[in-house]
Design a protein around this ligand. Structure first.
Ligand code: PMP
Length: 406
């Protein structure tokens, strides 16, 4: 049974007042709130277990190691990775993509090609530009249409033996549009030997992920967008590729042997986990996955899609409101502007006074904003604890902002 009040009661922050009003938190694409089970897991780690992992013979160190490895296996199951050592703990999506872009450097030659899409977050643009600068490779961009739909015939013309990486997000954080990654992966496999990277930062919160079925080579996401603490994230990589590529950071934990003459690297996953990890955060990420599993992925998905449908319908009733991006095939996010009101943050500020938290601006996707010739949008984004009543409050808030600003 999906009991929204029970779910909400697990999030202490949601009962807060902001600017004297009940908090309506609709900035979930930026970060989600945390349930008690995650907060308790974090607290328990620091109050009862805190010790460094993988090195200690003492009891607490062994306990910390065990709990973190249990969490790794929860993530493995959550995304259906074949092996637990294909799951690498990171700080988040950004670190995951930078790790890949650095680790493959010596496999990339001058004039090789890297394909990304118009819909990418800056963290799936800049690391590839930096790789191009290091190697002389070229960056190519899958174009999109007025609805934010990627024009995949571009792949038919541009995939070749030169293509070394195709890196796209599964869901756009700025528009919420769901990309056809099945088609992108099928075309890439058919026409090149490129490695496929999927940025799952905005898909993991909303639907079931199966990396084996998807047949991507890498899949990255952030823990903090799925109810886990900030500073947590996952890089999944296929075993054969992870074995082939270079480590990202050098240091403790990631070596097998170290001498001044030569260092050999540790086995997977530790080869990519240099230094002391975010043990408490990584364990709490496991608690966040338990939280989602308890509700059930299909319940989460159907509740959030009902919220999105309702939000789009009610917002579109406002005269002069424009929603960006394809409306029929999206998840989690509605991005809009009001006609005649050029500055999205003015709307955001009025909503904030009403206790409503939304994001305004370019959402780390400046190329998308340039495409639409706007400085930014107002973005409302949903999580499992949001309600239809909150959408009504948002819609009334937007109407009020429109009256005040026009
Ligand atoms: N990619 C997408 C699609 C995102 O939405 C985000 C976060 N807004 C990121 C990457 C970067 O995630 P993080 O800041 O957690 O590393």
């Amino acid at each position: 049974m999906f009991d929204i009040q029970n779910i909400r009661s697990q999030f202490p922050i949601l009962s807060q007042k902001v600017n004297g009003k009940d908090l309506v938190y609709l900035d979930n694409a930026a970060t989600s709130q945390k349930p008690m089970s995650v907060l308790k897991s974090w607290e328990k780690y620091y109050s009862e277990i805190n010790a460094n992992v993988h090195r200690g013979i003492h009891t607490l160190s062994q306990l910390a190691t065990e709990e973190m490895e249990v969490s790794r296996r929860k993530v493995q199951k959550f995304i259906n990775a074949k092996n637990d050592f294909e799951v690498i703990f990171t700080k988040g999506t950004t670190e995951g993509i930078n790790l890949i872009a650095y680790a493959i450097t010596n496999l990339i030659k001058k004039d090789d090609e890297i394909i990304i899409s118009y819909l990418e977050h800056h963290s799936n643009i800049v690391p590839w530009q930096m790789l191009c600068e290091r190697t002389g490779a070229k960056l190519k961009v899958i174009p999109m249409d007025e609805n934010g739909i990627l024009q995949l015939d571009f792949l038919d013309k541009n995939l070749s033996e030169k293509t070394k990486i195709v890196s796209v997000n599964q869901v756009s954080n700025a528009l919420g549009v769901i990309n056809s990654i099945e088609e992108i992966i099928a075309k890439t496999r058919a026409n090149s030997d490129a490695m496929i990277v999927i940025d799952g930062a905005q898909s993991v919160p909303h639907f079931k992920i199966d990396v084996q079925k998807m047949d991507c080579d890498f899949f990255v996401f952030s823990g903090h967008k799925i109810y886990a603490p900030m500073g947590t994230g996952i890089l999944y990589g296929k075993e054969e590729i992870l074995r082939k590529i270079q480590p990202f950071h050098g240091g403790g934990e990631m070596i097998a042997t170290c001498s001044f003459e030569k260092t050999t690297y540790a086995d997977l996953p530790f080869k990519f986990e240099a230094g002391t990890p975010n043990v408490g955060g990584n364990i709490a990420l496991g608690a966040a996955i338990d939280f989602m599993d308890q509700i059930g992925q299909s319940n989460i998905q159907s509740h959030e899609s009902a919220l999105l449908d309702y939000a789009q319908k009610k917002l579109l009733e406002i005269e002069g409101l424009k929603i960006y991006g394809e409306k029929a095939n999206r998840t989690g996010v509605v991005s809009f502007n009001l006609e005649g009101i050029g500055i999205a943050s003015d709307v955001g500020m009025i909503l904030d006074k009403l206790g409503i938290a939304v994001r305004t601006g370019h959402h780390c996707t400046q190329p998308i904003m340039e495409f639409f010739n706007i400085a930014g949008t107002v973005r409302a984004s949903f999580a499992v604890y949001n309600t239809m009543e909150e959408i009504d409050i948002l819609v009334e808030g937007v109407k009020k902002a429109q009256r005040m600003l026009s």
